[in-house]
Structures are given as C-alpha cells and as structure tokens.
Design a protein. Structure first.
Lengths: 111, 116
C-alpha cells in the first residue's frame, strides 16, 4: 500500500515544464514526501523530498500544499532524458521501516 | 563519495544453482534495504537490515531466500536452488538512519538475475 495516488501516465513537450501531481490526503504531520524516478533498466534515482515547505534542488522543485494533502513535482525544463517512471512516496510510519513504491507516473517527454 | 555499489550487475544461473548478490552501502550508511522488481512490475520490498541484524524481512519469500549484513563487508542476498520465477532485477538501497527520520535512501544500479 503506497498510500499516495498518482496519474498513471502523462506526456510532456521537451523544453517545457513538467508538473507531476501526487495526492497523499492521509499524510500525518511528521511524514515526509519523497520523489524518486526510475529510468528504464536503471536503479531508482532520488529526486527530492520535503515535509512542509517547498523545496528546490538542481533537479526539481517540490510544491506541498498548505494542508499537506497533495504535492507537485516540477521539472522546470524537461528533456528527453527525463522520460521515466516517477514515484511519489511517503515516509514509513513509526512502526514501518521501508519506502513502499506504487505504480508511479510514467512520464514521456516528446521532442 | 561513491554511491551504493552492487555486484554482479548481471548474473546467469541454471535452475537449482545458488545466486549471491552483493551490496556495499554508501559510506557512513548502516541501514540496507533489498527490493525486487520482476519484469514489467513494480518495486517490491524484500528485507531491511542494520549491521548484523535483520530488522524487517516481511517481503522475503519464506524459502530459499536469505539476507545478511555482517559487521564487516557487504550485505549479501542469497537465493538457493533458483527457479525461473526468480529472474528479476534486485536493487539494494542504503541510508544513514532509518527511513522515517527524513533521511534519504539511495539505491544502487541493481543486479539482474536470469535463471535459465
């Protein structure tokens, strides 16, 4: 049970921003939101994570709503190499130890 | 700082043989996780270990699979008497503390096991 909801797929034009939504309506106050991606035949790659505040790094920005029930991952200038499956994941609970992966969003960047 | 290192990257075994997959966590990381990804399927948690201890093995098949993370050396995922259904990509991940603390879990590039 991944405890997050993502659209199964989305397309994005090369050079444009890609906005990937994630719903985590039952998230508790101390749970983080993590984003990973998996390019075909590679290991999952960490992108970004956050708790309450918006976060930005060299790969992406993470926008978390004030009520923390949803978030958006923004890839500012998508390239063909950003084609991958993107996973939105919540921190494990206090009695859990693992990140649980759902089906994610398959993002296809088109030229 | 080297990432999570897995070897071998590709392994072919005949049915009934043993497969050993090794994982060296990132420097300073004492928590290791193993995941399995069957062809065209998602990532499934198998086991979580700290040095010398198995903390959560709720995702491990009951038979033929075992994991260890000794005080010295890499973590090992061992599959005895492999069958065709074990063909998959096996990913190792590591973190400095448990995942619920907000630290990042980093993944290796995986070991692809093919059973013929």
């Amino acid at each position: 049970d991944a405890k997050t909801t993502q659209p199964p797929s989305m397309d994005c034009a090369e050079g444009r921003a890609a906005n990937l939504p994630c719903n985590h309506s039952t998230i508790s106050g101390n749970e983080y939101v993590y984003w990973y991606r998996q390019i075909h035949s590679q290991g999952p790659q960490y992108i970004i994570h956050g708790l309450k505040n918006n976060e930005t790094n060299e790969m992406a920005s993470l926008i978390i709503t004030e009520d923390r029930k949803s978030s958006t991952l923004i890839l500012p200038h998508a390239t063909l190499r950003d084609t991958a499956v993107y996973y939105c994941i919540r921190t494990p609970g206090s009695n859990d130890y693992k990140l649980s992966f759902g089906a994610g969003t398959t993002v296809t960047v088109r030229a | 700082n080297a990432g999570v290192m897995q070897n071998p990257r590709h392994l072919v075994r005949r049915r009934g043989q043993e497969a050993r997959l090794r994982c060296s966590p990132m420097k300073g990381h004492s928590h290791v996780y193993w995941y399995r990804q069957l062809p065209e399927e998602g990532l499934k948690f198998m086991v979580y270990l700290q040095k010398e201890n198995i903390i959560d093995e709720s995702g491990m098949p009951k038979e033929r699979f075992s994991a260890e993370f000794p005080k010295e050396g890499p973590s090992i995922l061992r599959i005895q008497q492999v069958v065709r259904g074990d063909s998959a990509a096996y990913f190792c991940a590591s973190s400095p503390t448990r995942a619920s603390s907000g630290n990042t879990i980093y993944f290796g590039e995986g070991s692809w096991l093919t059973v013929v």
